[in-house]
Design a protein around this ligand. Structure first.
Ligand SMILES: Nc1ncnc2c1ncn2[C@@H]1O[C@H](COP(=O)(O)OP(=O)(O)OP(=O)(O)O)[C@@H](O)[C@H]1O
Ligand SMILES: [Mg+2]
Length: 354
């Protein structure tokens, strides 16, 4: 008898849109079978908080319908101040002992009441030369997880795997690039309202940090510069022509405003990477990989390159994933590209969990 693993759909609930990705196959031979996308109204998620739950579950439903997704088990991910990720070193111990220790350690590192968080862990190194083990401690506020559970339930879905945004991006990157243990790469996911930074040593995440900034910053500056609304500014930002404004302020003024935002964003990321440098004994960063929709801002990669002085590239989540021409609703996924980094990483959880 053949065992057919139950399908899982990776759903990235971003503040600007919901992306759903379903993969088939096994690591090394993944195939994209389904893809769905639905935009979210601008105020539905503010600073990570679900302000309009019905709009979010509608968008989830819409994305699944657009991709003709029938799987009901979902892997999704969270980030932000309600999520604590900490790499800790402990004496080598048994699985059972570790369960106990982790809870105790969590009480030290988590700035919330321990009863208000879910705690999880992953062993990164079983035993190093000093007889110690490296463990990744992850704690997330229960009410944040409850918010995700309830929008998914309202969309007729079931939360099967809760991941962390930065880990999902890390999985996406590791699968597509097969990094050696000697490689240290900074993955920078620049979305609409948050930048998730993670430094990977080979395929192990060694540092994560979130910065509350992103693509909306560009849109707001264009709104101010041209005195236009959000939608119009978004369109101009993404390369559309500014039909309703006099041409003498476009494109120079837009270009100038965008360049300034890029400089600020890169400066913020740079500060986080300096913090990484100052606080770890891990290797220096050898490469920066930009993910997220805002990776497409013209010239942003060049500014990263100038300021951080390492090679910079834009992620291709489908570098080693087959994309059959008949994939449902695959019309606009090619241009989303790096914006699907999280969703692809989440889609890969199916093989791990089945
Ligand atoms: N061609 C483009 N040029 C500039 N910006 C773009 C382009 N395409 C998309 N964006 C911007 O990328 C952002 C959306 O990216 P993404 O889908 O990664 O964000 P999100 O996951 O919804 O948000 P977040 O993760 O911040 O909550 C928006 O700000 C959008 O305007
Ligand atoms: Mg995002």
């Amino acid at each position: 008898m053949f065992f057919k693993p139950k399908s899982i759909v990776g759903i990235d609930i971003g503040s600007s849109s919901v992306k759903a990705v379903e993969l088939s196959g096994t690591p090394g031979s993944y195939k994209l079978t389904r893809f769905g996308y639905a935009p979210l109204p601008p105020e539905a998620i503010v600073q990570g908080a679900f302000m309009n739950a019905p709009a979010i579950s509608n968008a989830i439903r819409e994305a699944c319908d657009a991709g003709k997704i029938s799987a009901t088990d979902v892997s999704t991910s969270i980030s932000g101040h309600a999520v604590i990720v900490k790499r800790i070193t402990l004496p080598v111990q048994s699985k059972e002992e570790l369960e106990e220790t982790i809870r105790w350690e969590a009480e030290q590192y988590v700035p919330f009441d321990i009863n208000e968080v879910n705690v999880d862990h992953q062993v990164l190194v079983e035993s190093n030369a000093e007889g110690q083990m490296d463990v990744l401690l992850v704690a997330a506020k229960k009410d944040l997880i409850d918010d995700y559970t309830s929008v998914l339930t309202d969309a007729g879905l079931n939360l099967a795997v809760m991941d962390i945004d930065a880990f999902a991006v890390g999985n996406m990157y590791a699968h597509n690039n097969d990094p050696s243990d000697a490689e240290t790469v900074a993955l920078i996911d620049i979305g609409a309202s948050v930048i998730n930074i993670s430094v990977m040593n080979g395929s192990i995440p060694v540092f994560t940090r979130d910065v509350t900034s992103g693509g909306n910053q560009y849109t707001e500056e264009i709104q101010k510069a041209l005195n236009v609304g959000f939608e119009e500014a978004e369109r101009i930002k993404c390369g559309g022509r500014a039909d309703e404004v006099s041409m003498d302020v476009v494109p120079q003024e837009v270009e100038e405003a965008m360049r300034e935002v890029s400089e600020t964003l890169v400066g913020e990321v740079q500060r986080s990477l300096e913090f990484y440098r100052a606080t770890t004994s891990n290797n220096a960063i050898q490469k920066v990989v930009l993910c997220g929709g805002s990776a497409r801002v013209p010239g942003l990669d060049r500014i990263f390159q100038e300021k951080i002085d390492v090679p910079v590239e834009i992620a291709n989540p489908f570098a080693r994933i087959a994309v059959p021409a008949d994939t449902e609703a695959n019309d606009n996924f090619q241009q989303l590209g790096a914006a699907l980094s999280v969703a692809v990483g989440l889609g890969m959880r199916r093989a791990v969990e089945s």
